[in-house]
Structures are given as structure tokens and as C-alpha cells.
Design a protein around this ligand. Structure first.
Ligand SMILES: NC(=O)c1ccc[n+]([C@@H]2O[C@H](COP(=O)([O-])OP(=O)(O)OC[C@H]3O[C@@H](n4cnc5c(N)ncnc54)[C@H](O)[C@@H]3O)[C@@H](O)[C@H]2O)c1
Length: 296
């Protein structure tokens, strides 16, 4: 995620310094970013604006904004944020890319938590537009707005998250859907393949241009209420993960990395799916650009 975030700002004209404890991550940094830009048909020269830096203090010395994308480990992130506030300039914004750890926990020992926040990017950061900007109760509203504006100016689509809740917005919504998807297979209602087909061939098609609440307004809140009265009592409401999912993991069916999860995955099938996702995201971004040009 780190090199992808660096790529976004470099492509937007910023100078970016990157620190990683892995020498390999640093020595391959520019090459990886350059290759991504070339693959996307963008100017690979932007990679020259990214500077790998061995020493954390040196990396942070001139920073206006810092994005942390280290391991998903609370103790690591807490300790790092204490270092960031010591080493980065006093007014620098400090942001964590944690997937699910509440930001308040990460920043709780800081002396200057008002400049700290979450920025939850999506993978790959240079193709998925959204970045959730998460405020903690200590985050200064002006600092969060500064981050929001910076992300927008760099070509991202920011969304402000006013409360620091687990999963923020995107992962809460996404995993509400995944919970029901697993429960449907567990209950023998249909196969895992059929679940994926239903989503991809129906409301999944509309989701990129029609959000759920726009959709509720489109069909009418009265119809939405009637549907909820009938369907919600039937939807899985267990508070923890499904036993079916627990069994998959215990049985070593970990998904693509073991060749089988909910579904079977040959190396060719995995490569084909990854390519399809990449092509789709690129095509969606082109469609967005064309729509914006048409509206201008
Ligand atoms: N991968 C995703 O799809 C995704 C999406 C959104 C958010 N995130 C979050 O972003 C963060 C990074 O995820 P990732 O998938 O890029 O992980 P990753 O393991 O690919 O990268 C982490 C990097 O941190 C470096 N690192 C480890 N310890 C370090 C230390 N002490 N000092 C400096 N560098 C150190 C590693 O060398 C590695 O390059 C996590 O918090 C993750 O939950 C990931």
C-alpha cells in the first residue's frame, strides 16, 4: 500500500519520501512505481519524485503530511506514532492507513493527537478512488479538512468519517454483505459460485453509479421499509464469524493462497481474475474521466 500511496502523490506532482525497514522495499521502490505508471499509460517520470530514505528522521524532516502503512499491529502503530510526532515537523498531518484498528487506540499516547487521523486507502491505491478520512474525538476539524482537500487535489475521492468506529464506512458495508454471502452458502441456499454470479450480474453492476441510499430513494423509502420488514428478520444476525468460515480456515481452505477457499483456484484462474479486476478498475476510471469531460 505504501508505494501505491507514494505513487498517487508523485503522479500529482508532489515530492515524496518513503521509509521502510526492508532494504529490498526501498531499492525496488522507484522501479515498482515506474512500472505501475507505465502499465497504466501514465508518465513514468513521476517515479523520480519519490525518494527512498533509510533513516526515519531524515525521511520525515521536511514532511507536510505523513502516511503510515506499516504492519497491521496496534503496538507497532502506537509506538510509531509517538516517533512520528517527535520527528515530523510540528504542523505535519499524521495519518494511519490501518484497515480496521480504531484510530483512537493508535493515537491515545500522543501529545499532539489533534493532527492525527485515519486515511483508509483501498487496494490498489492508484486505481481505487476512495480514501476514507477518519476523525478521532481529538482530531482538529481543520486538520481533517486539510487532508480531505489534499486528497481531492491529488485526484482521489475522499469521504469524511465523523466517528472513529471499527471498519469505518467501507469495510462495515462490505462485510455486512460478506456475512450474508457466507450464511447463504452455509444454509445450502445456493453455491458460492451462484452467490458471486448474483452479485456481479445484478446490483453489483449498478453499485459504482448508484449507492444504496440513492437506490432506496429511487425505489422509494416506503418500498424499502416494506422489503426490510419482510427480509431483515431472515438475514443472518449472528454477532461473530460464521462457523462455516471457521471450518474453512481450520481445514486449510484459505482461498487462492492454498488453491481452495469457498471456490477452487488454479494458478491460471487466479491470474485471470486479478487481470480482470485490474482491467475493470482502469476502464471504470476512464469512464469517470470521460463522464467528467462530457459534463464540463
Ligand atoms: N493490502 C490491502 O489491501 C490494504 C488495504 C487497506 C489498508 N491496508 C493497511 O495498510 C497497512 C499496510 O498494509 P500492506 O498490505 O501494504 O502491508 P505490507 O506487509 O505489504 O507492507 C508493510 C511494509 O511495512 C514494512 N515494515 C514492517 N515493519 C516496519 C518497521 N518497523 N519500520 C518500517 N517499515 C516496516 C514492511 O517491510 C513492508 O514493506 C496495514 O495497516 C494494512 O492493514 C491494507
Amino acid at each position: 500500500m505504501g508505494h501505491g500511496i507514494a505513487q498517487v502523490f508523485a503522479a500529482a506532482g508532489h515530492t515524496v519520501t518513503v521509509h521502510d525497514r526492508s532494504t529490498e522495499a526501498l531499492t525496488t521502490l522507484r522501479q515498482r512505481i515506474g512500472q505501475n505508471l507505465t502499465d497504466l499509460g501514465q508518465d513514468a517520470e513521476a517515479a523520480a519524485r519519490v525518494f527512498p530514505v533509510d533513516d526515519l528522521g531524515e525521511c520525515l524532516a521536511g514532511a507536510d503530511v505523513v502516511f503510515e502503512a506499516g504492519p497491521e499491529d496496534l503496538a507497532f502503530k502506537k509506538e510509531l506514532f509517538l516517533q512520528l510526532e517527535l520527528l515530523a515537523p510540528r504542523n505535519a498531518l499524521l495519518a494511519s492507513n490501518t484497515s480496521v484498528i480504531p484510530i483512537s487506540r493508535i493515537v491515545e499516547d500522543m501529545r499532539t493527537p489533534q493532527r492525527a487521523m485515519g486515511t483508509h486507502w483501498w487496494n490498489p491505491p492508484y486505481l481505487v478512488p476512495l480514501v476514507e478520512v477518519i476523525k478521532t474525538p481529538s482530531t482538529d476539524a481543520e486538520a481533517a479538512q486539510r487532508m480531505f482537500d489534499l486528497l481531492g487535489a491529488a485526484g482521489k475521492t475522499p469521504a469524511m468519517v465523523e466517528k472513529d468506529v471499527a471498519g469505518f464506512i467501507g469495510n462495515r458495508l462490505q462485510h455486512a454483505l460478506w456475512r450474508e454471502a457466507v450464511a447463504i452458502v452455509e444454509a445450502g441456499i445456493c453455491s458460492a459460485e451462484a452467490v458471486d454470479t448474483v452479485v456481479k450480474a445484478s446490483f453489483g453492476r449498478r453499485l459504482a453509479v448508484l449507492g444504496p441510499l440513492e437506490n432506496a430513494d429511487l425505489v422509494g423509502t416506503d418500498l424499502t421499509l416494506a422489503i426490510h420488514r419482510t427480509v431483515l428478520p431472515e438475514i443472518d444476525g449472528r454477532p461473530g464469524p460464521s462457523p462455516y468460515l471457521e471450518q474453512l480456515v481450520q481445514g486449510g481452505r484459505l482461498g487462492m493462497k492454498t488453491g481452495e477457499g469457498f471456490r477452487q483456484w488454479t494458478p491460471d484462474a487466479q491470474a485471470a481474475l486479478r487481470k480482470r479486476v485490474q482491467q475493470h478498475l482502469v476502464a471504470m476510471n476512464k469512464a469517470d474521466e470521460e463522464a467528467a469531460r462530457g459534463a464540463a
